[in-house]
Design a protein around this ligand. Structure first.
Ligand code: IMP
Length: 176
C-alpha cells in the first residue's frame, strides 16, 4: 500500500519515548527476576513489537513462547475471547511474565490469567505497554506498565486497526 493510501495517524507516543520506557521496564524486570529462570509469554498478535524490544532490554536467561488470542472484531471488543494458538511448552512451576500490548476492558487478561492458572505456574506477572483505565470492566494487576492512556483507539507498535497499521513505529490515533 502506498503511504498516501494509509489513514492519517496522529502520534500519541513517539519512538524515543517508547524506547526509553521499554528500557526502564527491561531494567526493572532484570532486577526483579535476577536468579529466576523466566518464561516470557507474548500475547499475539498485538504484543509482538513490544515483546521484541522488551526481551532485548532484559539481561537474563529466558524462554520465550506465545499464546494467540482473538477478542476483537473490527475496532471494538466483541467480548468473546478465543485461544487461536496455544503455548508450545508446559509452564508448570515456571515464573511467567505475560506480555500484552494493551489492557482495555481487562476481559482478555482476566480470561488468560484464569486459563494460565490451571497450568500451575510458580508465578505470573503482567507487562502491558498500555493501559486504558477509563474502560476497565475488571481490575487487572499490571506489574510493569508502559503508559496510561485515555479512552482513544490507538494503533501502531504492534496494535492494529482491523488488521492493519501494526507496523507503525509509534503509537498513534487514527484520524476518523
Ligand atoms: P480487553 O480485553 O478489552 O482488555 O482488550 C484487549 C485487547 O484488545 C488488546 O490485546 C488489543 O489487541 C485490543 N485492543 C484494545 N484496545 C485497543 C486499541 O485502542 N487499539 C488496538 N487494539 C486494542
Amino acid at each position: 500500500m502506498s503511504s498516501d493510501l494509509r489513514p492519517k495517524v496522529d502520534v500519541l507516543i513517539g519512538e524515543a519515548d517508547l524506547s526509553a520506557r521499554v528500557a526502564q521496564l527491561g531494567a526493572e524486570i532484570t532486577r526483579d527476576y535476577a536468579g529466576k529462570p523466566l518464561v516470557v509469554i507474548g500475547v499475539l498478535k498485538g504484543s509482538f513489537v513490544f515483546l521484541a524490544d522488551l526481551v532485548r532490554a532484559i539481561d537474563l536467561p529466558m524462554a520465550v513462547d506465545f499464546i494467540g488470542i482473538s477478542s476483537y472484531q473490527g475496532t471494538r471488543t466483541s467480548g468473546v475471547v478465543q485461544i487461536t494458538s496455544d503455548l508450545t511448552r508446559p509452564i508448570e512451576g515456571k515464573d511467567v511474565l505475560l506480555v500484552e500490548d494493551i489492557v482495555d476492558t481487562g476481559l482478555t487478561m482476566k480470561y488468560l490469567l484464569a486459563n494460565l492458572a490451571t497450568r500451575r505456574p510458580a508465578s505470573v506477572k503482567i507487562a502491558a505497554l498500555l493501559e486504558k483505565p477509563s474502560r476497565a470492566q475488571v481490575k487487572i494487576p499490571i506489574d510493569y506498565r508502559g503508559f496510561v492512556i485515555g479512552d482513544e483507539f490507538v494503533v501502531g507498535y504492534g496494535l492494529d486497526w482491523d488488521g492493519k497499521l501494526r507496523n507503525l513505529p509509534f503509537v498513534g490515533v487514527p484520524r476518523t
